[in-house]
Design a protein around this ligand. Structure first.
Ligand SMILES: Cc1cc2nc3c(=O)[nH]c(=O)nc-3n(C[C@H](O)[C@H](O)[C@H](O)COP(=O)(O)OP(=O)(O)OC[C@H]3O[C@@H](n4cnc5c(N)ncnc54)[C@H](O)[C@@H]3O)c2cc1C
Length: 480
């Protein structure tokens, strides 16, 4: 029997899994689909895990109603009644007070500090007479022009510093266009009023969430992949990609088994990668030229510590998430997974996940679990959240690659690496890390679905079609 063509996908996060599923559903008799995942679980940063009967995510995750009908229908079919449609119930800190998030007009009028409202209105009245930044050179220029000084200094600038670890003036203007869905006063007003009856659309202020944690999305995708004959190799890290005649031909894998490490080689006829593009380029043998390896080092990702606190109480607060922009608090967001799924189980126990952005190896990254717990409890107290429920346990997860950092030079570095990858035949990089995009799960799944459209049965790649899709991906705006 003739050997099947091996299509290898690096990474079993939502993008890798969705791609495997889409390819398998084409039922091509000559193809074998193999996913390679370095972790012992699927889902990447969108995975979940269980602890003491509670489901936890890697930070606050929701499936947004902006998900395309094609993807949402597939997920509804796979998750059935486990895919809940839930109302959002978050809060955001503004000048030392909590406001409802998503923002709503009544709460804004009742709870925004009057001095802030006055200052914001003054900014708006002065706006037509103010000189705009032309061209806009940074995130700071774009937001100052769109929103004015008051809201930038009270919210956007400290939050940006905390999330990405650099000053708003050093962040590319592209970040303001992509990451901030309300980057002008008009868009903010539209968002605020979109929650009012009569204007409100069916899914405004709502989100989808699987009963057993966000990672259930990836788990059902993985089950379906295996049901259709796809293979998922867990705890297997891609170590080297050997190129022959301009195509990836053999992959060297490192597999960790409790106390020993083994290396395997696997043939490859087509290679998709959803791992960080700067890691991918450095796996290629022969090694890329110095300018490419330099660009890989300069393309930076922000890391994150997720610190989990389990309290002996039924519910920590009634809110699903709290967004904390202040830069004297290390936490950027707090989420309580029990409230995402409206679960009452287990009784007298709940957990919160604190998102703490940092850089790999910096002082925060190196904090011990005990000092993280102490600092977290102090910070919770400072912002008026409960810190005195009996603490059952606390633990930490550390994610090295979380937010792509769009500094002023990121696009130059990215283009260099992207051009290098595109020189190979049979090698395609996609997904959040693969295209260095801030994208949501539904965006990365969209990339995966479209990538499947571009692969012909004989493994020819439709380059022009993919280029056009890539342009569409650039219009994705991140939802929080
Ligand atoms: C804190 C936070 C909150 C978020 N909230 C939301 C939200 O509310 N809604 C939403 O839609 N999205 C949200 N996102 C984004 C969402 O998590 C991502 O869009 C999604 O996980 C991206 O999927 P992916 O498959 O492209 O990448 P990833 O999930 O990063 O998957 C890449 C996979 O590659 C694997 N890998 C890396 N290197 C190797 C190697 N050498 N060999 C083999 N495997 C490797 C990794 O282990 C990982 O499993 C959030 C992200 C963060 C960080």
């Amino acid at each position: 029997m003739e050997k099947k063509k091996q299509i290898i996908i690096l990474g079993a996060g939502p993008a890798g899994l969705a791609l495997a599923l889409k390819l398998l559903r084409r039922n091509e008799p000559e193809w074998e689909i193999i996913l390679i995942e370095q972790k012992s679980y699927v889902g990447g940063i969108a995975a979940s895990f269980e602890k003491d009967g509670l489901f936890f995510d890697f930070g606050s995750h929701r499936l947004h109603p902006a998900t395309s009908a094609e993807i949402l229908n597939d997920l509804k079919e796979l998750l059935g009644d486990d895919l809940l449609n839930r109302p959002r119930n978050g809060r955001i800190r503004l000048l030392g007070r909590f406001l409802k998030f998503p923002l709503n007009p009544v709460d804004l009028i009742l709870h925004t500090p009057p001095a802030f409202v006055l200052s914001f209105l003054t900014d708006m009245l002065a706006k037509p007479f103010q000189k705009k930044h032309r061209p806009q050179r940074s995130f700071a220029d774009a937001l100052m022009d769109g929103l004015g000084k008051t809201i930038c200094s009270a919210f956007y600038f400290p939050y940006a510093r905390k999330l990405w670890g650099i000053n708003p003036e050093d962040i590319s203007v592209i970040q303001a266009q992509k990451r901030v869905s309300a980057n002008s006063v008009f868009k903010i007003i539209k968002k605020v009023f979109s929650v009012l009856p009569g204007i409100k659309r069916e899914n405004t202020g709502r989100f989808f969430y699987p009963q057993k944690g966000y990672g259930q999305i990836s788990r059902v995708l993985a089950n379906e992949v295996e049901k259709l004959g796809g293979k998922i190799l867990l705890s297997s890290s891609a170590e080297e990609i050997i190129i022959k005649g301009n195509r990836p031909s053999v992959l060297k894998l490192r597999k960790e088994n409790n106390d020993f490490v083994e290396f395997n080689h696997i043939d490859c006829d087509f290679l998709f990668s959803t791992i960080p593009i700067s890691v991918l380029a450095r796996l290629i043998k022969p090694l890329p030229s110095q300018d490419i390896t330099d660009a890989c080092k300069k393309l930076k990702y922000r890391s994150m510590i997720l610190h989990y606190l389990l309290f002996e109480t039924d519910q920590y607060t009634p809110y699903d998430a709290h967004y904390i922009p202040e830069d004297n608090i290390i936490i950027s967001r707090i989420s309580e997974p029990k409230n995402y799924s409206a679960s009452k189980e287990p009784a007298n126990l709940t957990g919160i996940c604190l998102e703490i952005p940092c850089n790999l190896g910096d002082d925060i990254w190196n904090m011990t679990d005990a000092s993280l717990t102490q600092k977290s409890l102090e910070d919770l107290k400072k912002i008026g959240l409960p810190a005195n429920f009996p603490l059952k346990t606390s633990f930490t997860k550390r994610l090295p690659f979380v937010y792509p950092i769009y500094d002023q030079k990121f696009d130059e570095q990215f283009e260099l690496i992207d051009d290098y990858i595109n020189r190979f035949t049979g090698l395609v990089s996609l997904g959040r890390q693969g295209l260095f995009a801030h994208d949501n799960t539904h965006h990365t799944m969209e990339m995966a679905y479209r990538a499947s459209d571009c692969l012909e049965s004989n493994l020819n790649w439709k380059t022009t079609m993919w280029k056009n899709y890539r342009r569409e991906f650039e219009t994705h705006v991140v939802e929080d």
